[in-house]
Write a protein that binds this ligand. Structure first.
Ligand SMILES: Nc1ncnc2c1ncn2[C@@H]1O[C@H](COP(=O)(O)OP(=O)(O)OP(=O)(O)O)[C@@H](O)[C@H]1O
Ligand SMILES: [Mg+2]
Length: 194
Protein backbone atom coordinates (compact mmCIF):
# COMPACT_ATOMS: atom_id res chain seq x y z
CA UNK A 1 0.00 0.00 0.00
CA UNK A 2 1.65 3.23 -1.01
CA UNK A 3 -1.33 5.34 0.05
CA UNK A 4 -1.78 5.14 3.81
CA UNK A 5 -5.33 4.13 4.46
CA UNK A 6 -7.69 2.31 6.76
CA UNK A 7 -9.05 -1.02 5.60
CA UNK A 8 -11.68 -3.04 7.48
CA UNK A 9 -12.38 -6.74 7.05
CA UNK A 10 -15.61 -8.29 8.37
CA UNK A 11 -16.96 -11.81 8.31
CA UNK A 12 -17.79 -14.89 10.30
CA UNK A 13 -15.32 -17.44 11.57
CA UNK A 14 -13.31 -19.21 8.87
CA UNK A 15 -14.69 -17.02 6.08
CA UNK A 16 -11.26 -15.95 4.81
CA UNK A 17 -10.52 -12.65 6.59
CA UNK A 18 -6.98 -13.39 7.75
CA UNK A 19 -6.13 -15.10 4.47
CA UNK A 20 -7.09 -11.92 2.61
CA UNK A 21 -5.22 -9.77 5.14
CA UNK A 22 -2.02 -11.72 4.50
CA UNK A 23 -2.41 -11.09 0.78
CA UNK A 24 -3.00 -7.39 1.34
CA UNK A 25 0.18 -7.00 3.39
CA UNK A 26 2.40 -9.19 1.22
CA UNK A 27 4.36 -6.26 -0.09
CA UNK A 28 4.38 -4.05 3.01
CA UNK A 29 7.91 -3.00 3.91
CA UNK A 30 7.16 -2.42 7.56
CA UNK A 31 4.46 -4.42 9.18
CA UNK A 32 3.25 -4.99 12.74
CA UNK A 33 0.58 -7.60 13.36
CA UNK A 34 -1.43 -7.67 16.59
CA UNK A 35 -2.06 -11.38 16.30
CA UNK A 36 -4.51 -12.24 19.07
CA UNK A 37 -5.50 -15.62 17.59
CA UNK A 38 -2.00 -16.85 16.61
CA UNK A 39 -2.92 -16.96 12.94
CA UNK A 40 0.16 -15.38 11.39
CA UNK A 41 3.55 -16.96 10.75
CA UNK A 42 5.21 -14.89 8.07
CA UNK A 43 7.38 -12.66 10.28
CA UNK A 44 9.28 -12.61 13.55
CA UNK A 45 6.94 -13.76 16.31
CA UNK A 46 7.02 -12.21 19.81
CA UNK A 47 5.08 -13.19 22.87
CA UNK A 48 6.70 -10.92 25.41
CA UNK A 49 6.03 -7.20 25.35
CA UNK A 50 9.55 -6.31 26.49
CA UNK A 51 11.26 -8.46 23.88
CA UNK A 52 8.98 -7.17 21.16
CA UNK A 53 9.33 -3.46 21.87
CA UNK A 54 13.06 -3.65 22.47
CA UNK A 55 13.59 -5.34 19.11
CA UNK A 56 11.23 -3.00 17.28
CA UNK A 57 12.81 0.17 18.67
CA UNK A 58 16.19 -1.06 17.43
CA UNK A 59 15.18 -1.87 13.88
CA UNK A 60 12.24 0.42 13.14
CA UNK A 61 14.08 2.37 10.46
CA UNK A 62 14.71 -0.79 8.46
CA UNK A 63 12.20 -3.08 6.76
CA UNK A 64 10.50 -5.46 9.19
CA UNK A 65 7.63 -7.90 9.65
CA UNK A 66 6.75 -8.31 13.30
CA UNK A 67 4.04 -10.50 14.74
CA UNK A 68 3.02 -9.77 18.29
CA UNK A 69 0.86 -12.26 20.19
CA UNK A 70 -0.35 -10.38 23.27
CA UNK A 71 -1.13 -12.25 26.47
CA UNK A 72 -3.57 -9.52 27.55
CA UNK A 73 -4.82 -7.93 24.35
CA UNK A 74 -7.17 -5.39 25.98
CA UNK A 75 -4.41 -4.04 28.16
CA UNK A 76 -1.66 -4.14 25.60
CA UNK A 77 -3.43 -2.64 22.60
CA UNK A 78 -2.85 0.90 23.90
CA UNK A 79 0.85 0.31 24.52
CA UNK A 80 1.33 -1.08 21.04
CA UNK A 81 -0.85 1.57 19.38
CA UNK A 82 1.22 4.28 21.11
CA UNK A 83 4.39 2.79 19.76
CA UNK A 84 2.92 2.38 16.28
CA UNK A 85 2.02 6.07 16.35
CA UNK A 86 5.39 7.20 17.71
CA UNK A 87 7.54 5.15 15.36
CA UNK A 88 5.22 5.66 12.35
CA UNK A 89 5.88 4.56 8.75
CA UNK A 90 4.25 1.18 8.99
CA UNK A 91 1.21 -0.94 8.42
CA UNK A 92 -0.61 -2.00 11.58
CA UNK A 93 -2.76 -5.10 11.24
CA UNK A 94 -5.11 -5.67 14.17
CA UNK A 95 -7.23 -8.78 14.70
CA UNK A 96 -10.47 -8.65 16.72
CA UNK A 97 -10.85 -4.88 16.63
CA UNK A 98 -14.31 -5.18 18.19
CA UNK A 99 -12.48 -5.82 21.48
CA UNK A 100 -10.92 -2.34 21.42
CA UNK A 101 -13.61 -0.28 19.84
CA UNK A 102 -17.27 -0.71 20.55
CA UNK A 103 -19.90 1.83 19.56
CA UNK A 104 -19.52 3.48 22.97
CA UNK A 105 -15.89 3.14 23.71
CA UNK A 106 -12.68 3.22 21.77
CA UNK A 107 -9.27 2.80 23.28
CA UNK A 108 -7.61 6.22 23.33
CA UNK A 109 -4.35 5.29 21.67
CA UNK A 110 -6.08 3.17 19.08
CA UNK A 111 -8.34 6.13 18.28
CA UNK A 112 -5.25 8.30 17.90
CA UNK A 113 -3.84 5.95 15.26
CA UNK A 114 -7.19 5.96 13.46
CA UNK A 115 -7.57 9.73 13.48
CA UNK A 116 -4.05 10.92 12.97
CA UNK A 117 -2.17 7.90 11.66
CA UNK A 118 -2.09 9.19 8.10
CA UNK A 119 0.24 12.01 9.13
CA UNK A 120 2.60 9.47 10.61
CA UNK A 121 2.46 7.40 7.45
CA UNK A 122 0.55 4.58 9.12
CA UNK A 123 -1.97 2.34 7.43
CA UNK A 124 -4.35 0.26 9.48
CA UNK A 125 -6.07 -3.01 8.71
CA UNK A 126 -8.78 -3.93 11.22
CA UNK A 127 -10.43 -7.33 11.30
CA UNK A 128 -13.50 -8.58 13.13
CA UNK A 129 -16.09 -11.34 13.13
CA UNK A 130 -18.64 -8.94 14.58
CA UNK A 131 -19.00 -5.68 12.68
CA UNK A 132 -22.15 -4.77 14.58
CA UNK A 133 -21.42 -2.01 17.04
CA UNK A 134 -17.99 -1.04 15.82
CA UNK A 135 -17.09 2.55 16.62
CA UNK A 136 -18.13 5.05 13.97
CA UNK A 137 -14.72 6.59 14.03
CA UNK A 138 -13.34 3.54 12.29
CA UNK A 139 -16.06 3.05 9.70
CA UNK A 140 -16.16 6.76 8.90
CA UNK A 141 -12.42 6.83 8.18
CA UNK A 142 -12.26 3.56 6.25
CA UNK A 143 -11.24 3.69 2.58
CA UNK A 144 -12.04 0.07 1.88
CA UNK A 145 -14.32 -2.43 3.58
CA UNK A 146 -14.28 -6.14 2.75
CA UNK A 147 -17.30 -8.15 3.85
CA UNK A 148 -17.17 -11.93 3.93
CA UNK A 149 -20.05 -14.27 4.67
CA UNK A 150 -22.02 -13.14 7.72
CA UNK A 151 -25.17 -14.76 9.07
CA UNK A 152 -25.90 -12.89 12.28
CA UNK A 153 -29.09 -10.87 11.72
CA UNK A 154 -27.71 -8.01 13.79
CA UNK A 155 -24.56 -7.85 11.68
CA UNK A 156 -26.50 -7.98 8.43
CA UNK A 157 -28.81 -5.24 9.58
CA UNK A 158 -25.79 -3.17 10.52
CA UNK A 159 -24.15 -3.77 7.13
CA UNK A 160 -27.32 -2.66 5.36
CA UNK A 161 -27.25 0.58 7.29
CA UNK A 162 -23.55 1.08 6.66
CA UNK A 163 -23.26 0.03 3.01
CA UNK A 164 -26.78 0.13 1.64
CA UNK A 165 -29.48 -2.33 0.68
CA UNK A 166 -27.38 -3.75 -2.15
CA UNK A 167 -25.26 -5.64 0.39
CA UNK A 168 -28.12 -7.99 1.22
CA UNK A 169 -28.47 -9.38 -2.29
CA UNK A 170 -24.68 -9.55 -2.70
CA UNK A 171 -24.28 -11.47 0.58
CA UNK A 172 -26.71 -14.08 -0.69
CA UNK A 173 -24.58 -14.55 -3.82
CA UNK A 174 -21.27 -15.12 -2.03
CA UNK A 175 -19.44 -18.41 -2.60
CA UNK A 176 -16.77 -19.83 -0.31
CA UNK A 177 -13.95 -17.39 0.45
CA UNK A 178 -15.52 -14.63 -1.63
CA UNK A 179 -15.92 -11.11 -0.28
CA UNK A 180 -17.84 -7.99 -1.12
CA UNK A 181 -15.66 -4.94 -1.46
CA UNK A 182 -16.79 -1.41 -0.75
CA UNK A 183 -14.48 1.44 -1.77
CA UNK A 184 -14.90 4.98 -0.52
CA UNK A 185 -16.03 7.27 -3.32
CA UNK A 186 -16.77 4.43 -5.71
CA UNK A 187 -20.24 3.46 -6.92
CA UNK A 188 -21.45 -0.05 -6.17
CA UNK A 189 -20.09 -3.10 -4.41
CA UNK A 190 -17.80 -5.64 -6.06
CA UNK A 191 -17.50 -9.34 -5.37
CA UNK A 192 -13.96 -10.74 -5.28
CA UNK A 193 -11.69 -13.43 -3.88
CA UNK A 194 -8.18 -13.31 -2.44
N1 LIG B 1 -9.22 -17.36 -0.97
C1 LIG B 1 -8.89 -18.51 -0.37
N2 LIG B 1 -8.42 -19.54 -1.09
C2 LIG B 1 -8.08 -20.72 -0.51
N3 LIG B 1 -8.16 -20.95 0.82
C3 LIG B 1 -8.62 -19.95 1.58
C4 LIG B 1 -9.01 -18.70 1.03
N4 LIG B 1 -9.44 -17.91 2.04
C5 LIG B 1 -9.31 -18.65 3.16
N5 LIG B 1 -8.83 -19.88 2.90
C6 LIG B 1 -8.57 -20.93 3.89
O1 LIG B 1 -9.70 -21.07 4.73
C7 LIG B 1 -9.35 -21.19 6.09
C8 LIG B 1 -10.03 -20.08 6.91
O2 LIG B 1 -9.58 -18.82 6.46
P1 LIG B 1 -9.14 -17.67 7.47
O3 LIG B 1 -8.21 -18.21 8.47
O4 LIG B 1 -8.67 -16.53 6.65
O5 LIG B 1 -10.53 -17.33 8.15
P2 LIG B 1 -10.88 -16.14 9.15
O6 LIG B 1 -11.99 -15.40 8.55
O7 LIG B 1 -9.65 -15.40 9.48
O8 LIG B 1 -11.43 -16.95 10.43
P3 LIG B 1 -11.34 -16.53 12.00
O9 LIG B 1 -12.35 -15.45 12.20
O10 LIG B 1 -11.71 -17.79 12.69
O11 LIG B 1 -9.94 -16.09 12.26
C9 LIG B 1 -7.84 -21.14 6.15
O12 LIG B 1 -7.34 -22.44 6.24
C10 LIG B 1 -7.45 -20.51 4.83
O13 LIG B 1 -6.19 -20.96 4.38
MG1 LIG C 1 -8.73 -14.96 11.18
Amino acid sequence: MTEKKIILIFGKRGSGKSYLAQKLVEREERLVIFDTLSEYQNGVVFESYEGFTEFWRKIYQHPYRLIYRPLNPDQEIDLIADLVYTLGNCCFLVEEIDCYCTAYQISESFAHVVQRGRHQNISLIGITQRPYGIHRLLTSQAKEIYVFNTNEPRDREYLRTLLGQEIEEKLNQLKQYEYIKWTDGKEGLEIGKA
